[in-house]
Write a new protein. Structure first.
Length: 616
């Protein structure tokens, strides 16, 4: 398990890029600064841990995590939650409930960039004693993390300030995402892939850099350059930034394909033989009690051979302390709780609640990001064409009314179509693997299966139901690499490896086939929304693929506080809101105001349709 340090670094936390001012280059709270730190290799390791730790800090605010936001903004999930939960529904309906809704995403993203910049710029302050490989690995990890945070911010906010050094201008203007930021992201990933040279548990590798390079390149070419079908498109080389590790002046499609092929040939990754083993519900603790996994031999384990880059967690989460400064829930996989089954009173009066024996093995939570019925319909229609049911559907989705003994539509549920995402949802245990300890519902110290898992045992804090979730969150896994290769080359062999893993017949390459394969293989992993955006291009209109997909949510059957009704947009339509915003989030208004005109608010967030309207 990767250790997470809460080390405060010069230029990393002072205002967390609140106003792009000189505070980013001042002494930190520890009195260390770029003139005296780092001084040792251990200091560099602490810098790296702090840079990675920002991913966990983002996790402290689930409704601002980019990948979770993307699930709710896609056509695959609704916002859901309780009748008082406005934020998830605001995300899903492309409206704004609170002007500061994405402040933490913005601030944490730039904090990560600042930490990476500090590492890159001071890497040679340290005496490496001839260990060039260690020096280059650490520097490459800095480039990788800077690229990742910049990529997340730019995908979601568009033109933003581009910060690549510890010296930050004041004011700090927006840079062009198309012409400045994406070439820098791609350059950073080239640098990272050339400099990194080893695998270290919990760290980025050259193979993670090569995979993320492909993801960023495909988004850039699809969204900004509107390249369409990448396998058949003629793509102009991208001009790269001159910096360490960048040997060529341009990046070509062939070079990106070669990078992915390097992951396949030399990375040592492989598809897990059983798709179910990727997800925590296939754990050994509950196997004897959960019929769906009793035929399995390969069980779930964090750190599996398919993981290329992930967010790791540790059992140190607690509700104690100020979440704005201490990030006490950064070390639990908070998505498990947020997507858990809504658990209050049964609107039908049965006396049952979700998250107990009647919904075993799936536990309580806030009921957010419920699966949209239109997604299930699309999946079934694709299966009809193929002639064989896709086993990944049952492995990825809980059909709550049919898969569970008794599912409850609660007195506070909203936008609940009766389907829940299965991959990261709370998983409970009836008893220990040897049968020695029986679950008593309501004892939150042993609520999740992790309390019985060797090496994790016991509660993490005061409330295990909310804090005890440690499943790795996959940011990049090997199946995605294979699917990107097919999409870039038109060679179906890579896609068919993914299909063969779940017993599906081979497909020939078509653009629609690879689109379907990405949607179903990677369902609820935070990728669908940005895939739709790049397939539609920056100038997408109401007839575009993404708008047509989003509009399928309209009229779907949903349960609201125990009553069935129809899904509708709260202010206009999904197509209208997408066209108005181009799919970007609003920049935090406080940041825009502090910039004194150097930053511009994104389009579509100053219109009447952007104002949140309470539907339930």
């Amino acid at each position: 398990m990767k250790r997470i340090f809460n080390f405060v670094l010069a230029g990393c936390v002072a205002a967390a890029f609140v106003a792009c001012d000189d505070s980013l280059d001042t002494e930190s709270y520890t009195k260390q600064n770029t003139s005296n730190f780092p001084a040792t290799v251990n200091d560099v390791n602490n810098e790296l841990a702090a840079t990675y730790g920002v991913m966990n800090n983002m996790n402290n605010f689930p409704l601002e995590m980019p990948y979770y936001v993307d699930d709710m903004m896609s056509d695959d999930c609704f916002g859901g939650g309780g009748d008082g939960d406005d934020a998830p529904k605001a995300i899903e309906h492309y409206t704004l409930f609170n002007a500061g809704a994405y402040d933490n995403f913005w601030q944490q993203g730039y904090k990560g960039i600042a930490r990476a910049n500090a590492l890159i710029s001071t890497i040679d302050n340290v005496e490496w004693n001839g260990d060039t490989n260690a020096r280059n690995q650490a520097c490459g990890e800095g480039y990788f993390m800077r690229a990742l945070y910049t990529f997340w911010l730019t995908q979601h906010f568009g033109d933003i300030p581009l910060i690549t050094s510890t010296t930050v201008p004041n004011p700090c203007p927006d840079a062009s995402a198309e012409n400045e930021i994406f070439p820098q992201i791609l350059s950073d990933l080239v640098s990272a892939s050339k400099l990194m040279n080893k695998k270290i548990d919990g760290h980025a590798t050259k193979y993670a850099a090569e995979a993320l390079l492909a993801r960023a390149y495909m988004f850039y070419q699809g969204f900004y350059k509107e390249a369409g079908e990448l396998a058949k498109a003629s793509l102009a080389p991208v001009e790269l930034v001159a910096q360490e590790g960048v040997d060529n002046t341009t990046l070509t499609k062939d070079a990106v394909v070669a990078a992915l092929q390097d992951v396949v040939t030399n990375g040592g990754y492989q598809l897990m033989a059983d798709y179910r083993s990727l997800w925590q519900y296939s754990n050994r603790v509950i196997k004897k009690d959960y019929p769906y996994i009793q035929d399995m031999t390969e069980m779930f384990k964090n750190g599996c051979a398919e993981e290329i880059f992930q967010i790791r967690f540790g059992n140190a989460a607690t509700y104690a302390g100020d979440p704005q400064t201490l990030y006490p829930l950064a070390y639990t996989n908070y998505i498990s709780l947020y997507s858990g089954l809504r658990c209050n009173d049964d609107a039908a009066g049965s006396g049952l609640v979700n998250g107990e024996a009647n919904t075993f093995p799936f536990g309580q939570g806030w009921g957010m990001s419920p699966v949209a019925p239109n997604m299930i319909n699309d999946w079934k229609n694709a299966e009809t064409v193929d002639g064989k049911a896709d086993p990944r559907r049952q492995a990825s989705v809980i059909d709550c009314q049919n898969d569970l003994e008794h599912y409850v539509f609660t007195t506070s549920c909203t936008e609940d179509g009766g389907f829940a995402p299965k991959k990261y949802i709370t998983v409970t245990a009836l008893s220990n693997a040897d049968g020695s300890k029986v679950q008593t519902w309501g004892q939150t110290d042993d609520y999740t299966w992790w309390a019985f898992e060797e090496g994790w045992g016991g509660k993490s804090g005061a409330n295990n139901m909310q804090e005890g979730h440690y499943e790795d969150y996959y940011l990049i896994r090997y199946a995605d690499v294979l699917l990107m290769l097919t999409e870039l080359t038109g060679d179906a062999q890579y896609m068919n490896q993914v299909r063969a893993r779940v017993g599906l017949p081979s497909h020939s390459y078509t653009w629609q086939n690879i689109k379907n394969e990405r949607r179903f293989e990677l369902a609820f992993e935070g990728l669908r929304y940005q895939d739709l955006r790049r397939w539609s291009g920056i100038n997408a209109d109401a007839n575009s693929e993404i708008c047509q997909a989003l509009q399928k949510q309209d009229g779907q059957d949903i349960n609201v506080m125990g009553t069935w009704t129809k899904m509708k947009h709260m202010t206009s339509s999904w197509a209208t809101r997408y066209v108005q915003t181009k799919g970007f989030l609003p920049k935090p208004e406080a940041q825009v105001q502090l910039s004194n005109g150097a930053m511009k608010q994104n389009a579509g967030w100053d219109v009447a349709e952007a104002t949140y309207k309470k539907l339930y």
